[in-house]
Design a protein. Structure first.
Length: 392
């Protein structure tokens, strides 16, 4: 079907009568070397050219040679197409510009001959769009024959905008079909048949319309299926994300609860924490040491009484005659006195030392600045004894 593109449009170009589109003339822009009389003569010719109205907007020779500048000037005065006239030392320069599409349609340079100026403008307006459309059509056909359908479509569209010949719509439809744009292809085929109702290839075009409609329906079906799958995939993804978010929220809730419980335990431990554990033991050892010292004092008191009895009986005077019973009583008092004195010395010495050490430790114990992982003071009991461990 590719071979149908070129002959149809070429026939349309050859058979179409050139019709002048409504244009607005801007200018003339005159170079400094052009005399005022020449400018006035050209202005008068343009005013009575019959080609189109002459705009009062002034342009210079630089703008008259720039398509973008002419397009801006034409847009400012609301024109769709503009003929820019520039007078130079070499003659006259004419530019025909499509303002809506920012397209340079035609350009002519000719010697300054006032009588030939108006016919030259009319010829430019009449023939310029056809020549430019044919040029763009040839570019599009070259792209089309090379399988470059996207640039071919662009060239055909530009050709149609320059010269809206219905035959171009067939070429545009062909490009849309090749690009898989079947809905656009059907629209262009139908527009082509509307513009050329007695087209020689009508049956072929109608077949292409049916083919494109079927392809469009199939494409729509695929698009709908793809959209359905995309929707399901999106829903599944959203469900997955929602589940992950829920799991993350639950995990965060558990973490916060665990942290809350840990903080509560730490606060309870801090509240009940004894910052001076050594003093507790020093109070105990101080009481034990004090009790031992008191017991030593008791034994000392007993030893003094025994000594008084020993002295009252004059057991120390060996010159005093005594019976065997009296000698035994004196010996018993001496032994008891010696035992009580030894116990007094042991208990007072040891108890005093323990009491003094407990007082010193109790007084200098700095306490714990923070709760340690192990107790500073521990009592270890075993079958063979007891051990007090204090960590500093």
């Amino acid at each position: 079907m590719r071979r149908l593109a070129l002959p149809v449009a070429v026939l349309a170009l050859a058979a179409s009568a050139a019709a002048a589109d409504d244009v607005v003339i801007v200018g003339p822009a005159a170079a400094p070397t052009v005399t005022a009389a020449t400018v006035a003569q050209v202005v008068k010719l343009l005013a009575n050219s019959g080609v189109g109205p002459r705009a009062t907007k002034a342009i210079d020779t630089t703008c008259a040679a720039d398509t973008n500048c002419i397009t801006a000037a034409g847009a400012a005065i609301g024109a769709h197409r503009v003929v820019a006239v520039a007078l130079t030392a070499k003659g006259v320069s004419l530019l025909l510009v499509d303002v809506d599409n920012k397209e340079l349609i035609a350009k002519r340079d000719l010697a300054l001959a006032p009588k030939q100026l108006v016919p030259a403008i009319k010829k430019l307006v009449d023939d310029g769009p056809t020549d430019r459309a044919k040029e763009l059509f040839d570019q599009g056909s070259q792209h089309y024959n090379l399988g470059e359908f996207a640039p071919a479509l662009e060239s055909y569209k530009r050709a149609y905008r320059v010269k809206p010949l219905p035959a171009f719509l067939f070429n545009i439809a062909q490009c849309h079909r090749k690009l898989g744009q079947h809905k656009d292809a059907v629209l262009m085929y139908q527009s082509y048949l509307t513009g050329v109702p007695d087209a020689d290839n009508r049956k072929v075009v109608e077949g292409l319309i049916a083919e494109s409609k079927a392809a469009a329906a199939e494409q729509q079906k695929r698009d709908d299926e793809r959209a359905r799958l995309d929707t399901e995939k999106k829903k599944a993804e959203e469900a997955r994300r929602a589940k992950e978010a829920e799991a993350a929220a639950a995990a965060e809730k558990r973490r916060l609860e665990t942290e809350r419980m840990r903080v509560g335990r730490e606060r309870e431990l801090d509240r009940t924490y004894n910052r001076h554990p050594a003093r507790k033991w020093m109070v105990v050892t101080g009481i034990v040491g004090g009790g031992a010292a008191i017991a030593g004092g008791v034994f000392g008191y007993l030893a003094r009484n025994v000594q008084q009895d020993f002295d009252a009986q004059q057991c120390g005077d060996r010159t005093v005659p005594r019976s065997a019973e009296q000698l035994a009583a004196c010996a018993a008092d001496a032994d008891k006195g010696d035992r009580d004195i030894r116990l007094r010395n042991y208990l007072v010495g040891a108890g005093g030392a323990v009491l003094l050490g407990s007082v010193i430790v109790f007084a200098i114990d700095p306490g714990n600045l923070e709760r340690p992982s192990q107790a500073r003071a521990q009592l270890r009991l075993s079958p063979t004894g007891a051990q007090v461990v204090v960590r500093w």
